[in-house]
Design a protein around this ligand. Structure first.
Ligand code: C2E
Ligand code: CA
Ligand code: CA
Length: 396
């Protein structure tokens, strides 16, 4: 079994959708239902790698479902979820194990997205062919590629920047997504080489676009492991100078969970990025631990609202409230707010009404090779000019 499929059964629609969204952001192909028969049929026919079962359900409870999994001889990793007493959850978990299932973990509701994400990422099958040695060779042989995802200024609807996202162009396996090799790079010292390559490619590209008359900011992802290199801000400054790119045109994105591993060195390096004129973004905001503490302690200039909230804000009231709260907070703290995961025009309209500064997502454009970006920008701007102001956000 090497599928990236994940099945969820739960009678609570909110929780079901929450798990499905987090699973998708981890790269799973998620299927969610409240119907036990549909679920067991899915398990038999699609052989998911992971299943998430709710213990308490009206039609068929979790214990009966575990029996169903045994009957289907499912090799899936099982995550048991429950809002009930943790003792009940514990017993059910042991029961599953005695029956020979691969019991992978317990989810005590409510659970935070970051916690769930951490559990799911461990269960995601790695790319079959990926090893540290292969990745090292890929870096040396220049097989990494950057794709750029446009970012739109929500007020003017102009494209004002792009996030650089790395891919590995594998001769046999095609484009390997970052989730399949960044964790591997982070476990070894290779992450420094990957990051160095990404920064060089992104800053050179930004300089090239400027020379072509296209003024775009670039955002680049930094891994917490990279902070071990205390000279990073100086190195990036030199790189920008050599490419005639002003530092305020470069944003360094750091995930909250990464910025959590707080050390004096983290504060030193991040503060010096700011002193040298770079922007600093707290990525995946809302999913990590003690977000507010991080905000106060580290010199961020931008909050990037996690896509799990943005993607669902047009249909889930809770998500809309969370996005609004983050946008308001960013405004009150004089930080830029950026929403990622803008999957459709309705979300873009909602963000405009909330006064969010910047937006990025599949509903605007998917990440694309650098060569394609200038024509995308031209087409997008032409489309905005054709549309009347009250319907300008419609991107369909
Ligand atoms: P991230 O920084 O949160 O990047 C956003 C991810 O969300 C990208 O996936 C992007 O393609 C995807 N995305 C954008 N809009 C939408 C949308 O509307 N809907 C959905 N469902 N997804 C959307 P990608 O390129 O696969 O990158 C995944 C993660 O890999 C990134 O998450 C980032 O954490 C990491 N990563 C990517 N490039 C680098 C890099 O150069 N260095 C490091 N350290 N990490 C990187
Ligand atoms: Ca990012
Ligand atoms: Ca993000």
């Amino acid at each position: 079994m090497n599928s990236n499929r994940l099945g969820i059964i739960d009678d609570e629609p909110g929780f079901r959708e929450f798990v499905a969204h987090v699973a998708r952001t981890c790269g799973f192909d998620a299927f969610a239902t409240d119907d036990p028969n549909a679920f067991l049929e899915y398990v038999r026919s699609r052989q998911p790698a992971v299943v998430v079962l709710d213990l308490l359900m009206p039609q068929m409870d979790g214990i009966e479902l575990l029996r169903g999994l045994v009957g289907a001889a499912s090799p899936a990793h099982v995550l048991l979820a429950s809002g009930a007493d943790s003792k009940v959850l514990d017993t059910a978990f042991r029961l599953g194990r005695e029956r020979g299932l691969d019991m992978a973990g317990m989810i005590q509701k409510p659970i935070r997205a970051a916690q769930l994400k951490e559990m799911l990422e461990k269960l995601r099958p790695a790319h079959p062919a990926v090893t540290v040695e292969m990745l090292r060779h890929a870096v040396e042989a220049k097989m990494l590629r950057l794709h750029y995802q446009p970012q739109v200024d929500v007020r003017s609807m102009r494209v004002h920047g792009a996030e650089a996202l790395v891919r590995w162009e594998h001769p046999e396996n095609g484009l390997i997504p970052p989730h399949d090799f960044i964790p591997l790079a982070e476990e070894s010292d290779l992450i420094d080489d990957v990051t160095e390559w990404v920064f060089i490619a992104a800053v050179e590209q930004c300089g090239q676009w400027r020379r072509d008359g296209l003024e775009l900011n670039v955002s680049v992802n930094l891994s917490a492991r990279n902070i071990g290199n205390i000279d990073l801000p100086d190195w990036l400054s030199d790189l920008c100078r050599n490419n005639a790119v002003p530092p305020p045109q470069v944003t360094v994105e750091l995930t909250e969970t990464a910025s959590m591993r707080d050390t004096v060195q983290m504060m030193d390096v991040l503060t010096r990025f700011r002193l040298k004129g770079f922007k600093l973004s707290i990525d995946d905001f809302g999913t990590g631990y003690s977000s507010l503490v991080q905000l106060q302690r580290l010199p961020f200039s931008e909050m990037k609202i996690d896509k799990s909230f943005v993607m669902t804000m047009h249909e889930a009231k809770d998500s809309a409230v969370i996005v609004k709260t983050i946008v308001d907070m960013a405004r009150n703290l004089s930080l830029m707010s950026v929403a990622e995961g803008v999957e459709n025009p309705a979300i873009l309209d909602q963000l405009a009404a909330l006064g969010c500064d910047s937006a990025q997502g599949y509903g605007i454009a998917k990440p694309m090779p650098a060569e394609t970006l200038p024509s995308f920008v031209r087409d997008w701007h032409a489309k905005q000019e054709r549309q009347p102001a009250n319907a300008r956000n419609s991107v369909a």
